[in-house]
Design a protein around this ligand. Structure first.
Ligand code: PLP
Length: 360
């Protein structure tokens, strides 16, 4: 059986070593030493000044919207994971969808201005598959119209653009450290901002708003994460280069073996590095997509329709709107298996099968 993804698991002994310390200290959560150490090591690894380790990527999105005090309408992409849209609604705001660019599959920056009204407070865009949005254009639009910018960088761990972390862009960026993401802490998320005041507010929010044992500085909730999760994050960070290079090698093998396969791949931002988080392909028709999925399934090979369907017309709590490009792409896109343990033989088999299905 070949699943679409498999969580990276380090050698068990490396994780167990951290457990000894946890048992010794008996400090399980509430920003213990491992969580603090993880924040330091991640700042160093990602070359960032500030970040917060939080419960998960969805909580990170909610914290971002709340901390920026957003109201009214938030412009966003319909081609993302449901949490991008649902966190807008959860925070009492209205998502306004703007269609994607058919090459990058990110929100089409040239269509954002037409969607701005007097109720617009922010733009929440996703770096889809880790491919950076047109951050300079989005920043220019935001400053012209006095809007905040949040980036959902759940896929974008380790991606650099113009020589710096993609997480430096926007008023706030978030990342997910969920087990299915390329770098994970089982469950976890990051909130990143360059603004020290905003960081302080976010830190209060993460811990019920506590300012000392008996005082409160902010409205807060529980956005903390545990020592057990931090330990997994610390161990996995030691393997990040291995994870990166194995995914790179697999992706390049797909590129090579799928040369005769008529599919398009997202056009990558030319100023940006790649993190090989996913291997998406957009085939010619939905019919061919179904053929591929069904046929691979008979070999116990599983791909995923990611993202399908368009968030603009499937959520019962959001008024449906037609987004032509998103709908067209969502119908024809699939992510092929990609994880560190996948062997080249397995990649070759998947590619042979795809070519055979296409040519039949
Ligand atoms: C995974 C994901 C999230 C949510 O992250 P969690 O850590 O699972 O809460 C948000 N946005 C995108 C684009 C994602 O892929």
């Amino acid at each position: 059986m070949i699943p679409v993804t498999k969580p990276f698991l380090p050698p068990q002994g490396e994780y167990e070593k951290y457990l000894d310390g946890i048992w010794h200290r008996q400090w399980l959560t509430n920003m213990g030493p491992l969580a603090s150490d993880l924040e330091l090591k991640l700042k160093d690894h990602l070359k960032l000044k500030h970040l917060l380790f939080v419960t998960n990527g969805t909580v990170a999105l909610q914290m971002a919207i709340k901390a920026l005090d957003l109201k009214g309408e938030i412009i966003t992409t319909p081609f993302s994971f449901v949490a991008t849209t649902s966190s807008i609604v959860w925070e009492g705001c209205t998502p306004i969808f703007v269609d994607i660019d058919q090459d990058s599959l990110n929100i089409d920056a040239s269509k954002i201005e037409a969607a701005i009204t007097e109720k617009t407070s922010a733009i929440l865009a996703t770096h889809v598959y880790g491919n950076p949005c047109e951050v300079d254009k989005i920043e220019a639009i935001a400053s012209k119209h006095n809007l905040k910018v949040i980036y959902d960088g759940a896929h974008a761990f380790g991606v650099e653009i113009n020589g710096k972390s993609i997480f430096e862009y926007g008023d706030i960026s978030i990342c997910s450290l969920h087990a299915t993401k390329l770098y994970h802490a089982i469950e976890g998320g990051l909130v990143i901002t360059k603004d020290a005041k905003l960081l302080k507010k976010l830190a209060y929010m993460r811990n019920f708003g506590f300012d000392g044992p008996e005082a409160f500085a902010e409205l807060g909730f529980n956005g903390k994460n545990s020592e057990f999760h931090a330990a997994m994050g610390l161990v996995n960070l030691k393997h990040i280069n291995t994870i990166h290079y194995s995914r790179k090698a697999i992706s390049e093998r797909y590129d090579e073996k799928l040369k005769g396969f008529h599919a398009i791949k997202p056009v990558w931002n030319s100023k940006s590095s790649k993190n090989y988080a996913y291997y998406p392909v957009v085939v010619e028709s939905e019919e061919l997509l179904h053929k591929c999925i069904d046929n691979l399934k008979t070999y116990e090979i599983f791909v995923r329709r990611y993202f399908y369907p368009s968030l603009a017309n499937v959520l019962p709590y959001v008024e449906a709107v037609e987004m032509n490009i998103t709908e067209d792409i969502a119908k024809r896109v699939m992510c092929l298996p990609l994880f560190s343990e996948l062997t080249m033989e397995e990649v070759d088999l998947i590619c042979r099968l795809l070519l055979r299905i296409q040519n039949n």
